[in-house]
Design a protein around this ligand. Sequence first.
Ligand code: URA
Length: 445
Amino acid sequence: MLSSELIRKKRDGGTLSREELHDLIDGYLHGTIPDYQMSAFLMAVFFRGMTFEETTVLTDLMLHSGTVVDLSSIPGIKVDKHSTGGVGDKVSLVLAPMVAACGVPVPMISGRGLGHTGGTLDKLESIPGFRTDLSVDEYTAVIRDTGLVMIGQTKEIAPADKRLYALRDVTATVESIPLISASILSKKLAEGIDSLVLDVKTGRGAFMQREENSIALAKTLVAIGTNMGKRTVGFITSMDEPLGVAVGNWLEVVESVHCLQGGDSSDLMEVTYVLGGAMVMLGGWAPDIASGIAMCRDVIRSGAAYERFLALVARQGGDTSFIENLEKYPISLYTIPVTAAEDGVIQSIDSLEIGLTAIELGAGRSRVDDAIDSKAGIVFKRHVNDRVEIGETLAVIYTDRGDILTHAADRIQKAFRLGAREVEKPPMIRHQVDAGGVQPFRPGG
Ligand code: URA
């Protein structure tokens, strides 16, 4: 069938067969279907959706558009985690070495910052020398040697996703459950995992702001992952406020190192321990999530998780002296406090605004080819339900961009909503989604 006929079929609400979807994906990768036709198709999917069967087929086609890594020679159940993206979300940096220190091999392919959200790759690359562009052979060697590996999507892994993702980013077709599901799962299933934990964010700073959409996304991801033979567990977690105390690449590495050394960033570690507990359970080292969490706490307390992070940094070419001596890193030209404009109790911190302001400070990209300033970002000094007085420091801005200081400070100040009394915060972990359905989160379950 002509490509325009396939676009029309989806535009009119039809269901595409495996052959039809294959023709589209294959034609796009081989240059017979141009960007403008693929964009039209993506927009048709955005509005019309896809059946579960179509989404599964699309995932499978994208997965097999490149190499599917075989890690079967590495002993153990390989488990990874994927987050749908958030602000201050440095969970992977703490989680991967922590879970590896519990005995579970963790192969992780991560992404760059996207829109207002940060990306694990940009954070890792802020460590001088750290290489994320490993070949498939190097990737396999690193996980064999250190029990974990953290890289970016290569040309070989799910190339269809790489191309489609870039196109979706500029055609306003990112927020589609079938497209997000196929995108995430195609690259995760290509990295050689046996099981997957999903952190599906919900709230102001998430791509899916409404909880019911986050649940629908998690259900689709879990169902497809399970269908493809991988034990998959999802969690709906809160992204109303930035996670932890830092937003910005190196600043988030610093916070992660503190957490790996046993320092607490409570909301960050609450999420990290639950995801870690689930990974340890799926990896076969604990009978349930609660026991997995206890093991994770032990490896943080003993220093084994931190040692594993240092080993990973060294193995991937990073200069560990910056991790062992965090003060050695260069600091921004401007470090400016943002103060409270009035007395009151902090009722919310708008994570979307914070993420967008962090980009302006240099911590993220407005265009794909923008350079990032690793030092730039924001560190929070006060949190939701803290009582503050006028003039008290709420946060500190780090940037080299002197021209935007006043504007950025104003934007951050307004992102803090102050009121008369404390608010009831929804739980960080809202729901657990697995093959049994959607339940309120219970670590013993
Ligand atoms: N993360 C991905 O990898 N893909 C999407 O489509 C959205 C978030």
